[in-house]
Design a protein around this ligand. Structure first.
Ligand code: NOJ
Length: 555
């Protein structure tokens, strides 16, 4: 759990995920944009954050809010222009902030020129997507070739009248999957990587990579997963042996890595490739070997309420234990696809979870607004924008819609939280914006979640938090605790104690690996900081209530 090699920028910074639609609207159309992001860059300096990841801002009909790209090499007018992007990069770099862009290689929009031409069987585009004749039923009507399902529910095969064939889609009908068995497609997407590297990006977050290849023999059904409570049209109904985690993906990743390295060679600035994958460690570790870093999304997916110290320890332990040599974790607590921390686990745990994220060994990734403890909005079926929610209709949309955690960022207490001058932002602002916003939380004389976040981000610039080892200490239903230290060095040692459970608990932390009876509290959750800031505490009987967390410098 420790290492001595010098660390790269992406190992010492926090990555902050911006959902551009929801961050800051510069032109009053109710939708966030790139100029809006540029205008907020000083916020990251305040937060001590050194890297931002921008969810897609490319040309798109917005059926999946930018994850359906119709031109990979241009900015959608909703978000601005290529010039705006270049300016964003320039301004970010001026402040020492790295820029990571989303890369959506698995599929395009059905409005992409390649798909339009493919539908017309124009060469060389006819083979850019996964086309097949399917089967015929007894009346001669075309039927999908197999039982493969789309992530958003129902068959993954869509009939195209013009071409008289089915095309395959892992996601929406409007997101046809590219055919990576065609070398021309591989080349096109390599060019996309180059295009953004040439515009100065420092890294890419690769979307839905596990879905990149399907078995070429499409006349094979996938077996049932037998997961309880899953209906036959839901994605989880099948075990995706023919459509996910195919080894061919790794060659493609190695190709992208080579391109990253070409750019890295030119200016000696390391480029970072981080992969969206919910796979098990065995498959995730293949990505490391291919030159990329998989996100650890275990805490988004597997970690379910009610929280407990043991559950969280096990999740962290699983990551550290399964890391390959020189592997580096990238921990994620939430993103644009997953519930907000306050709604999932309870508002009282948000600070403690941020303490966890920012004091572990590994790169933390924060979804915008979690530093304020932003809450989810209520969205009616009529207001629902997310196609995933819409697909499930008025009865079930709430189970699937991702709108509640994509609400506008809360900047101040003016109309629409300072997000937009438009009376109708694309999603409603959470009504608590009047008191929960950046301005109020920055100014408050009493510590706020935001102030805690910024202070932790500063603290984690100490080498012990970046490269020190992690030694688990007292852990039970309530508490998870660990020591950060650099063995054999004079650097301060820290004990992090978090009560993530349901009950108050007094524990003795003084034994191994703490080996100390006292320490000074340097940071703590807002629930306790006022009474213990910079105070010495005894570690033999330290009491924490649910949601309390402390970072203690050991004496
Ligand atoms: C994963 C993205 O995170 C999600 O938002 C999107 O809907 C799918 N990929 C399809 O691109």
């Amino acid at each position: 759990m420790s290492g001595d090699a010098a660390l790269e920028w992406w190992q010492t910074t926090i990555i902050y995920q911006i959902y551009p639609r929801s961050f800051s609207d510069s032109n009053g159309d109710g939708i966030g944009d790139l100029k809006g992001v540029t205008s907020k860059l000083d916020y990251f300096t305040y937060l001590n954050i050194g890297a931002i990841w921008l969810s897609p801002f490319f040309k798109s009909p917005m059926k999946d809010f930018g994850y359906d790209v119709s031109d990979f090499k241009d900015v959608d007018p909703i978000f601005g222009t290529l010039k705006d992007f270049e300016q964003l990069v320039q301004e970010a770099h001026k402040r020492g902030i790295k820029v990571i862009v989303d890369f959506v290689p698995n599929h395009t929009s059905n409005q992409h020129d390649w798909f339009q031409r493919s539908c017309r069987r124009e060469k060389p585009y006819d083979d850019y997507y996964i086309w097949c004749d399917g089967k015929r039923d007894k009346d001669g009507k075309p039927q999908p070739p197999n039982n493969w399902l789309s992530q958003f529910g129902r068959t993954a095969w869509r009939w195209h009248e013009g071409r008289q064939q089915f095309y395959y889609t892992a996601f929406l009908a409007e997101q046809p999957d590219l055919n990576y068995r065609n070398p021309l497609v591989v080349k096109e997407m390599n060019d996309v990587v180059r295009f953004w590297m040439e515009r100065g990006v420092d890294g890419m977050r690769v979307d839905a990579l596990d879905y990149l290849f399907e078995d070429p023999d499409v006349f094979q059904d996938e077996p049932r997963s037998n997961l309880p409570g899953v209906e036959s049209f839901e994605f989880e109904y099948n075990d995706h042996i023919h459509t996910m985690e195919k080894p061919e993906i790794l060659d493609i990743v190695r190709g992208w890595r080579q391109i990253f390295d070409e750019f890295q060679k030119k200016d000696r600035e390391p480029r970072f490739m981080v992969i969206e994958t919910y796979a098990k460690p065995k498959w995730r570790n293949q990505y490391y070997k291919a030159g990329a870093n998989p996100f650890n999304l275990d805490m988004c997916l597997t970690l379910q309420p009610p929280l407990s110290g043991t559950k969280v320890r096990d999740s962290v332990d699983q990551e550290y234990t399964n890391l390959p040599d020189n592997g580096w974790p990238t921990f994620v607590l939430g993103n644009h696809d997953r519930k907000r921390l306050s709604s999932k686990f309870g508002a009282e745990y948000v600070d403690a979870l941020n303490v966890l994220l920012l004091t572990l060994r590994g790169t933390p990734c924060t979804y915008y607004g979690e530093e304020l403890g932003m809450q989810e909005i209520e969205v009616t079926f009529e207001q629902t924008k997310d196609p995933w929610g819409k697909n499930y209709g008025p009865k079930r949309f709430k189970e699937f819609s991702r709108d509640p955690w994509r609400a506008p960022m809360q900047w101040d207490d003016t109309k629409n939280a300072g997000f937009s001058s438009n009376p109708l932002p694309w999603l409603p602002v959470h009504p608590d914006y009047v008191t929960r916003n950046v301005k109020v939380q920055q100014k408050s004389p009493k510590q706020t979640s935001l102030q805690l976040y910024a202070a932790l981000a500063k603290l984690r610039q100490e080498p012990v938090f970046q490269k020190g080892e992690v030694l688990f200490s007292v852990t039970n239903d309530n508490v998870f605790s660990y020591v950060r230290q650099i063995p054999g060095s004079d650097a301060s040692r820290y004990l992090i104690v978090l009560n993530l459970g349901q009950m108050s608990t007094k524990e003795d932390y003084s034994g191994s690996p703490v080996n100390s009876a006292r320490g000074v509290v340097v940071q703590a959750t807002c629930s306790v900081i006022d009474r213990i800031r910079n105070k010495e505490v005894g570690l033999k009987d330290l009491e924490l209530a649910p949601g309390d967390g402390m970072v203690i410098r050991l004496m």
